[in-house]
Design a binder for this molecule. Structure first.
Ligand code: 2M8
Length: 426
C-alpha cells in the first residue's frame, strides 16, 4: 500500500499518512468520512474518496462508487447517506430510524459522481467498470432533470441545506430563517458527542434541518410540485456547476461505452445556459443562489458563487471575474492559505465554524480543477499548495482556519486525505 520509488507513487510522509487514513477508514466495501463523526458512507464524499483510492487501489476506487450506487433509489436519486448495517442508531443522527427508507437517507447531494467515475476509469478500473456504472449515473441525472427542475429551465433545485454539501453556509441563513421550525419533533443531536459545539451548526439551524427532512419524509420523498410544498427551495451555483460537469463527464463516458453521448451534450448545453442566465445576479455582479421561495437571489458573498469556474464554457470575462474574486481579500488571506468558504470581510465570518468561514480541501480542489480547465494553472497551483500547507499545519482535518492552518471538525478525515493524494500524484 505504501508508495515506493519503484511503484511510481509519492513517498512523502504526507502521502504515506494520506494512504494510511484512507486504509483506516475503509470498511471493506466503502470509506467512512470519519470513524467518529460520520460512521456511514456519504454521497459526495464517496466521489472524492474514490478519486483518492484510484491512486492507491483502482479496484477499491471502483468498489467505493459501486457501493454507493448500490444504495441508489428506483427513481434514480443517489441518497446523501448509505447507512452501514451494524452501526448503532445512536452513532449518527439522523440515522436510518429517522429516514425510514431502509438503509438510506431520503435527500441527495452534489452530483459529482460522473466526474469521479471518469477519474477512476482513467487510472485503470477498466472499461467494464464504466459499462456497469454508466446507466446508474445517467439515471441520477435523469432524476434531477425530471424531479428537481423547479423553474423548468434546466437547473436542479435543492430542498434541504444538506443537499448542498455546504450545510451550514451563511448562504442558507435567509432561506432557512423563513422556515417555521416550531413543529419539529423532539430529537437528540449526536454530532456534539464527537465535535466541539464551536465548530458545528447552532441548535436553531438543526431544528430547521430536522423539520425540513421530516416534511419531505411525510410526503414519502415525493418531489411533485416543489414550489407548492417545499419550505426550502434553492438553486445553488455549486450544485448546478457539478451537475453540469457531470453532464459533460457522462457524455464522455457514453462515448466510451458505445452509448449515445448526444443527450448528455444537450443536457450540458441546457444547464450551462440556465446557469449563466438564471444564476447570475446582475446587481452584485456575481453568481448567486436563487431562493425560489422568496423569489430572489441570496445576497451573500459565499464560495458557492465561485463554483461556475467548473463550467468549461464559462465566458472568459466571467472566468476573469471569478478568478479575481477568488484571489481577492474576500476569500484569500494574504498571510494564510486556501479559499475561505465565506467572505473573510463579512461581519459574520467565523474562521472555525463548519462551512461559515474555514477552508476545506474539497472546495480548494474543485476550484483548482475549474481554474486549470480555463488555463489558470497558476492560481490552481496556489490552491493546491494551500491545501498542502493547511494539512502540514493542521493534520488531515475536516476543515481549517485559513489564517493559521489550525484544523477543526473531525480528524483523519477521508476526503482531505483522498484529495491530498490526488494533488501529490499530479
Ligand atoms: C457534513 O454533513 C453532514 C450531513 O450530511 C453532517 O454535518 O452531519 C457536510 O460537510 C457534508 O458536505 C459531508 O458530505 C458530510 C460527511 O463528510 O458532513
Amino acid at each position: 500500500m505504501t508508495g515506493s520509488p519503484s511503484s511510481g507513487h509519492p513517498v512523502t510522509p504526507l502521502a504515506d499518512a494520506a494512504r494510511a487514513i484512507l486504509a483506516a477508514n475503509w470498511t471493506g466495501r466503502s470509506t467512512v468520512p470519519s470513524r467518529t463523526l460520520y460512521p456511514h458512507q456519504w454521497s459526495w464524499d464517496a466521489a472524492f474518496n474514490a478519486i483518492g483510492w484510484s491512486h492507491v487501489d483502482p479496484a477499491r476506487a471502483a468498489q467505493e462508487l459501486e457501493s454507493l450506487l448500490g444504495a441508489q433509489w428506483d427513481d434514480g436519486r443517489i441518497p446523501h447517506i448509505a447507512f452501514h448495517a451494524g452501526v448503532p442508531e445512536e452513532a449518527y443522527f439522523p440515522g436510518p430510524a429517522f429516514w425510514r427508507h431502509g438503509a438510506t437517507s431520503g435527500i441527495t447531494q452534489p452530483p459529482v459522481h460522473p466526474v469521479a467515475a471518469l477519474e477512476v476509469a482513467r487510472r485503470g478500473a477498466g472499461p467494464a467498470f464504466l459499462e456497469r456504472v454508466y446507466p446508474r449515473l445517467a439515471a441520477q441525472h435523469d432524476y434531477l432533470a425530471r424531479s428537481r427542475d423547479a423553474r423548468g429551465a434546466g437547473l436542479a433545485a435543492i430542498v434541504h441545506p444538506w443537499e448542498s454539501g455546504l450545510d451550514n453556509a451563511p448562504a442558507w441563513d435567509e432561506p432557512l430563517a423563513a422556515v417555521d421550525a416550531s413543529g419539529v419533533s423532539p430529537y437528540r443531536r449526536r454530532d456534539l458527542d464527537h465535535a466541539d459545539p464551536a465548530d458545528r451548526p447552532s441548535d436553531a439551524a438543526y431544528d430547521r434541518y430536522v423539520l425540513l427532512a421530516e416534511r419531505y419524509r411525510e410526503r414519502g420523498y415525493e418531489d411533485g410540485d416543489l414550489r407548492a410544498w417545499s419550505p426550502f427551495l434553492v438553486e445553488d451555483p455549486l450544485f448546478n456547476a457539478l451537475y453540469l460537469a457531470g453532464a459533460h463527464a457522462l457524455a464522455e463516458i457514453a462515448a466510451r461505452v458505445g452509448a449515445d453521448p448526444a443527450p448528455h451534450r444537450a443536457a450540458a448545453e441546457r444547464i450551462h445556459a440556465a446557469l449563466v442566465d438564471r444564476l447570475w445576479d446582475e446587481e452584485h455582479g456575481r453568481f448567486a443562489p436563487y431562493d425560489l421561495v422568496a423569489e430572489r437571489f441570496v445576497d451573500r458573498r459565499s464560495i458557492v458563487s465561485l463554483a461556475p469556474l467548473l463550467d468549461p464554457d464559462l465566458p472568459a470575462e466571467r472566468v476573469d471575474r471569478l478568478a479575481s474574486e477568488l484571489a481577492s481579500e474576500h476569500f484569500w488571506d494574504p498571510d494564510g492559505a486556501g479559499v475561505t468558504s465565506y467572505d473573510r470581510l463579512a461581519g459574520d465570518f467565523e474562521p472555525r465554524r463548519y462551512w461559515r468561514g474555514p477552508a476545506w480541501a474539497n472546495t480548494n480542489w474543485l476550484l483548482a480543477r475549474g481554474l486549470r480547465a480555463h488555463g489558470r494553472g497558476d492560481l490552481a497551483a496556489r490552491l493546491d499548495e494551500a491545501t498542502l500547507w493547511l494539512v502540514e499545519r493542521g493534520g488531515f482535518c475536516e476543515y481549517f482556519d485559513a489564517r493559521t492552518g489550525e484544523g477543526h471538525g473531525s480528524r483523519d478525515f477521508s476526503w482531505t486525505a483522498a484529495l491530498v493524494l490526488d494533488i501529490l500524484e499530479r
